[in-house]
Design a protein around this ligand. Structure first.
Ligand code: GRG
Length: 294
């Protein structure tokens, strides 16, 4: 039942992405083809799912915020395209397929990422719904912009690059990931809540859940880079070590990282106690991410 709800969210987002970025119809065809390639390469659509489920939990209409969910997935996809570039992580494979710059070329991959980022803000700033206040729409756009910018994901990426070949403390690593991976996961839940008209106190509960979920998600990513199955993961393992990255596994140990990932997941789940059974979908997401293989 919950599984079906999550699948339906992912399908709805995919359908909308296809409408927003249609095949063969763009003026700048090469860049749109490249953007579509990564957008439809089999992502889990976790961030849109979190956004839509928080919107539902707070009584919002999920169908009406689908454009925001699609925009968020565009931002996530842009970040992956750029993260794979030779000047960043230099990865050839993502989701078992050639990365964007391998499939196309580097310039096209850079432009495809840029185009997705801009499109996300074109879509959200054109958003209109008579049941959602303009002030809430603006607030959600501001959260999206901040979380994907220098005070969020881009800032985290910069710290990550600067930290290569240095040893970080666990607290520094947590800070880095709270920005790089965590900021747009937080934005997913927070935007869903804002667009459902939730008040500040409710938004705080969302933020707490997503913050802890984001850390657990990253620890799991570090673990998968060591113990994951390349076929299931869709990319080469061991890339963190190759890039001299600080990870929860290298700074702690595999066992400690696994324990910590469970602890952050439980912390996230606990922050939803006040919702009782209504939080079933989000608890399902938290457990699913903890047990993920890719
Ligand atoms: C280039 C500005 C810029 C930022 C890059 C997000 C990011 C910052 C880098 C990605 C590096 C990475 C693998 C981080 C670990 C967490 C993460 C974002 C994993 C991928 O997200 P999933 O698992 O991917 O949701 P799918 O494929 O399901 O969409």
């Amino acid at each position: 039942m919950i599984d079906k709800l999550m699948k339906n969210y992912a399908l709805a987002v995919e359908k909308r992405l296809g409408e927003l970025l249609p095949e063969n119809s763009a003026e700048y065809r090469a860049v749109t083809d490249a953007a579509r390639y990564s957008l439809f390469l089999g992502g889990k659509r976790i961030r849109p799912i979190i956004m839509l489920e928080f919107c539902r939990l707070y009584g919002g209409d999920t169908a009406s915020v689908i454009d925001f969910a699609a925009a968020l997935e565009m931002i996530h996809t842009y970040s992956l395209i750029h993260d794979d570039l030779p000047s960043m992580d230099n990865d050839d494979l993502r989701r078992g397929m050639p990365t964007n710059h391998i499939k196309f070329d580097e310039a096209t991959a850079i432009l495809a990422g840029d185009a997705l980022l801009n499109m996300a803000f074109e879509i959200t700033s054109s958003f209109e719904d008579e049941n959602i206040k303009d002030k809430d729409v603006l607030k959600a756009i501001s959260v999206l912009a901040r979380s994907s910018g220098a005070r969020g994901m881009i800032g985290g990426q910069m710290i990550d690059i600067e930290s290569e070949n240095k040893t970080l403390t666990i607290e520094e690593l947590k800070y880095l990931h709270s920005l790089k991976t965590g900021a747009i996961i937080r934005a997913s839940g927070v935007c869903g809540a804002i667009l459902a008209g939730a008040d500040e106190e409710k938004i705080k509960a969302v933020d707490k859940f997503c913050f802890n979920l984001g850390i657990a998600f990253q620890i799991q990513d570090d673990i998968l880079d060591i113990v994951g199955n390349e076929k299931e993961l869709g990319k080469k393992t061991g890339s963190d070590e190759q890039n001299n990255k600080n990870t929860y596994v290298t700074l702690l140990s595999l066992e400690k990282a696994e324990k910590l990932s469970r602890e952050y997941t439980e912390k996230a789940e606990k922050s939803l106690d006040l919702f009782g059974e209504k939080a079933g979908g989000l608890l399902y997401i938290a457990e699913m991410l903890l047990g993920r293989k890719n």
